[in-house]
Design a protein around this ligand. Structure first.
Ligand SMILES: [Zn+2]
Length: 280
């Protein structure tokens, strides 16, 4: 059972790629081609940040490839019969950036709120708190950091540059913080995954690919508090044991997180707040 968003066009719950059933008539009991790759055609280096494309290829009688984007940041590709995973990889390498840019544009166009432009007076969401911005000391060429309950940034940035600088810092920090949590929960749950990749999801904060057994977590998840981050991590890890959403996946999560329901509510509240503030 797939969880529904609280309101249409807003925030979706995290989910694993295979939960999304194609809407097209091409769906018909054959294998899917599941592929998650960096949008810019590069090879992902574990520990780094890279926006990914999550795609499901569906073979059909058509001669050309049709890309169908979904608001939960997932792509359905209708591909000719005989199309292989290697073909899909090549297609992603050649067209990924354009496809990714198209999705970002779609999310921006659907965005229903007015955003207050960022300034040095703005507060920055980080691990469930809102931190002030401070100016880097003279001569500090580091490009910024989070330290002592504040975000240190270069002076003279525009609102958009402040946003980009914050997101870049989150991307740099995410792997270290998430990896420690992921491995701790994997041990507690006695589950294995292959690799953690840091992604840039705005509607899907976590993803589990059941072919590669890779877990993808968005750098934007670092804006949420520890309990919500743990909730998302346990959710994705539980897919390593239980393929589908449903009572068994729920039971597994409840066994690790007795406060599951509170975390679920907190996740949705956090998403509603962050989307109104323009962070996701
Ligand atoms: Zn899920």
């Amino acid at each position: 059972m797939r969880k529904q968003p609280k309101s249409k066009g807003e925030v979706f719950c995290p989910h694993r790629s295979s939960d999304i059933k194609p809407k097209t008539s091409a769906y018909g009991g054959f294998e899917f081609l599941d592929l998650s790759v960096p949008a810019d055609g590069s090879t992902y280096v574990e520990g780094t940040f890279a926006p990914h494309l999550h795609m499901k290829g569906i073979r059909s009688k058509r001669k050309t490839i049709r890309v169908i984007p979904y608001a939960n940041e997932y792509f359905e590709l209708l591909v000719p019969n005989g199309f292989t995973l290697a073909d899909m990889k090549q297609f992603a390498d050649e067209n990924g950036q354009e496809i990714s840019d198209g999705l970002q544009k779609m999310l921006d166009e659907e965005y229903p709120y007015e955003i207050t432009p960022l300034s040095y007076e703005s507060k920055i969401p980080y691990l469930g708190e809102y931190l002030p911005i401070r100016i880097l000391p003279d001569g500090d060429e580091s490009g910024g950091y989070f330290r002592d309950g504040a975000v240190y940034l270069k002076p003279g940035l525009t609102g958009e540059e402040i946003r980009e600088a914050v997101l870049r810092l989150l991307g740099e920090m995410a792997y270290g913080i998430f990896k420690e949590k992921l491995d701790r929960f994997a041990k507690a749950m006695n589950l294995r995954y292959n690799r953690l990749a840091i992604d840039d999801g705005r509607r899907s904060f976590g993803m589990y690919n059941d072919v590669s057994r890779d877990i993808f977590l968005s750098r934007r998840l670092l804006m949420m508090n520890d309990a919500v981050i743990d909730f998302l991590i346990v959710h994705e890890l539980a897919h390593a044991e239980e393929f589908s959403h449903g009572s068994e996946h729920d039971a597994l999560m409840h066994s690790i997180m007795p406060n599951y329901d509170e975390c679920d509510d907190a996740f949705h509240e956090t998403c509603s707040r962050l989307i109104k503030q323009g962070w996701i």
